[in-house]
Design a protein around this ligand. Structure first.
Ligand code: SF4
Ligand code: SF4
Length: 190
């Protein structure tokens, strides 16, 4: 039986990690135990429509069962769109979005990140955008837009400030992405 089948089918609770609940509470999912599995959050979640194995309600359920490895082996938690619909509809103020973010923090501690997420973090550091189309200048010009948006990517001072902040976060300790200040001058000409 695969890990996903373990979640959707029979679960051996003796293999669960009882420490996962406390870890999630410590990392921002304080209201985890308030969840009554009513599924209102799932009804509002685009991850369900996209067919991901785990989505808000199921992530919470898996955490409560201590299913650390199935969650880390699956990329679903990285598909959350941060739309916060789940937070709006939850009758128990669980804030499922924050629980998914907490699970991401657990994953980062264990270097269980998909490649795309690492690329997104590098882009965030280099430009201030998790997704930035560096070659879109001509296309933007055709529709009357400046080559670069009015954001950190066109403002070296703001980008330097952002990078200084990022270098003070846990991301710097992890060493997942290069954090060279010289990147600022390479990527940002106004
Ligand atoms: S997080 Fe809230 S909306 Fe989602 S299942 Fe739990 S109680 Fe229901
Ligand atoms: S914030 Fe994430 S988990 Fe919540 S509804 Fe949006 S995509 Fe789903």
């Amino acid at each position: 039986m695969s890990d996903i089948e373990a979640v959707t089918g029979v679960v051996n609770l003796s293999e669960g990690d009882p420490g996962l609940v406390d870890e999630i509470k410590e990392l921002g999912g304080e209201e985890l135990l308030e969840c009554i599995q009513c599924a209102k959050c799932a009804a509002a979640c685009p991850m369900v429509l996209a067919g991901f194995s785990f989505f808000n309600k199921r992530v919470i359920h898996a955490i409560l069962l201590g299913l650390r490895d199935p969650l880390l082996d699956d990329s679903s938690i990285w598909a959350c769109q941060s739309c916060n619909r789940c937070t709006e509809v939850c009758p128990r103020e669980v804030n499922p979005f924050e629980i998914i973010q907490a699970m991401r923090r657990v994953a980062i501690r264990e270097f269980a990140l998909p490649t795309l997420s690492i690329e997104g973090l590098k882009s965030l550091y280099d430009t201030g955008h998790a997704v930035y189309l560096a070659g879109a200048g001509n296309t933007r010009a055709k529709v009357g837009l400046p080559e670069k948006p009015y954001s950190t990517v066109a403002n070296p001072k703001a980008l330097k400030e952002l990078q200084a902040i990022i270098r003070q976060t846990a991301l710097a300790d992890l060493g997942i992405i290069p954090m060279d200040e010289s990147d600022v001058t390479d990527t940002c000409e106004v």
